[in-house]
Design a protein. Structure first.
Length: 378
């Protein structure tokens, strides 16, 4: 099968969506021809091959400007959409299926009819009816357009599948749940022996991750019990500076870590904390669970990690987004060994079958179904 993938960003850009795309696409059958069309950021090569897939970078965008906030700059979004349309036009008869990332929405709107082949859209969240004002109306319109016009939808979790069907009326038969996963080598569970009291956050350091909420909670915790907080990752330099300014000595910032070092932090941590106000499905949370580390997350409307991968009382806890509620949950898991043991085992059981290889098979099935639907119409 010949597949074109139109993605708003791809490694070396670091993020959950980028890691998901690469982990899935590089595991598709080696006999397939898979081409990724994505914006060129910084000095990335215009074209390269990585683990059997060809990556073609279009135009030139400023990553600092493009990823500055949750909302993408409209001019840059339109620029990439136009470049994607032009690239697909040049390859009009080459591909059998086009695979789109949900974001940035307009790339699908402007380019999906050019090649005249079935399309698959990968949904990481459903924001329609959740945002207000002009942005909310635009989001709802664009999402609705994607939902009506894509041949097949894939989603990152069962929770997003249900929302997509409920909000946009996509038939369940047209939706394939392709869960986020972990690398097979990450899986390693032994009965928890985590004597060091450590709470870990790992991920991008940007405002919507709300690490300041976690720091405030840990101040309450440390007023009664000494527990270290480890913050791993990098991101917005101004945000990182503010976090460091408000952090006591028991907060350790590691900066960006290679995966091998990060896996050691997941294994050593007693608790993984996720305080994001907006999350699709946390890859870091899954990596923590692969080491038997329960996850505490917050009950925020746009934080879908509170439903997947976190299941309250099975593999972690979902609490109110306040320092006091977080502190109480952290102290409970730090001191209640029976609860901790149960959640630790549940965390590992959640991910032991959720590998990227298994998820890639599900994506393969979705792409084949889309291609077959075109063959049936022909």
């Amino acid at each position: 099968m010949r597949v074109a993938c139109v993605l708003e960003s791809f490694p070396p850009i670091v993020g959950g969506t980028e890691a998901r795309s690469k982990s899935l696409l590089t595991r598709l059958p080696p006999s397939w021809e898979v081409d990724v069309f994505t914006p060129r950021f910084g000095d990335s090569p215009q074209e390269e091959t990585d683990r059997g897939i060809r990556i073609i970078r279009l135009g030139e965008l400023n990553p600092t400007k493009y990823f500055k906030a949750n909302a993408r700059p409209m001019f840059d979004s339109l620029k990439f959409a136009a470049n994607a349309r032009k690239a697909l036009s040049k390859n009009e008869n080459r591909y059998e299926v086009i695979f789109y990332s949900e974001w940035n929405l307009v790339h699908f709107l402007l380019s999906h009819r050019v090649a005249g082949v079935p399309t698959v859209v990968d949904w990481c969240e459903v924001l329609a009816r959740k945002l207000r004002g002009v942005r909310g109306h635009l989001e709802t319109y664009l999402e609705s357009y994607l939902a009506r016009n894509a041949s097949i939808a894939t989603t990152i979790s069962r929770a997003i599948t249900i929302e997509l069907a409920a909000v946009h009326g996509v038939p369940m038969g047209k939706i394939h749940t392709v869960e986020n996963g972990v690398e097979e080598e990450e899986l390693s569970y032994t009965p928890p022996d985590k004597k060091e009291q450590k709470v870990l956050y790992a991920g991008r350091l940007v405002a919507h991750k709300r690490c300041e909420l976690l720091i405030d909670a840990m101040k309450i915790v440390n007023s009664t019990q000494k527990i270290e907080l480890v913050i791993a990752g990098d991101g917005n330099s101004e945000y990182v500076r503010r976090l460091k300014e408000k952090s006591p000595s028991w907060v350790r910032f590691t900066g960006w870590l290679p995966q091998a070092e990060l896996n050691k932090e997941f294994a050593k941590a007693r608790i993984f904390a996720l305080t994001s106000e907006r999350e699709g499905s946390s890859l870091s949370g899954l990596s923590a669970m692969a080491k038997g580390t329960p996850v505490i997350t917050v009950n925020s409307p746009l934080n879908m990690a509170r439903q997947d991968p976190v299941e309250h009382g099975r593999n972690g806890l979902v609490v109110d987004a306040t320092p006091a509620s977080l502190a109480l949950a952290i102290l409970e898991l730090a001191n209640n060994e029976a609860m901790y043991s149960s959640l630790s085992r549940g965390a590992y059981e959640t991910v032991e079958r959720r590998t990227w290889s298994a998820s890639a098979k599900k994506l393969e099935a979705a792409l084949v179904e889309a291609g077959n639907s075109e063959a049936r119409r022909a």
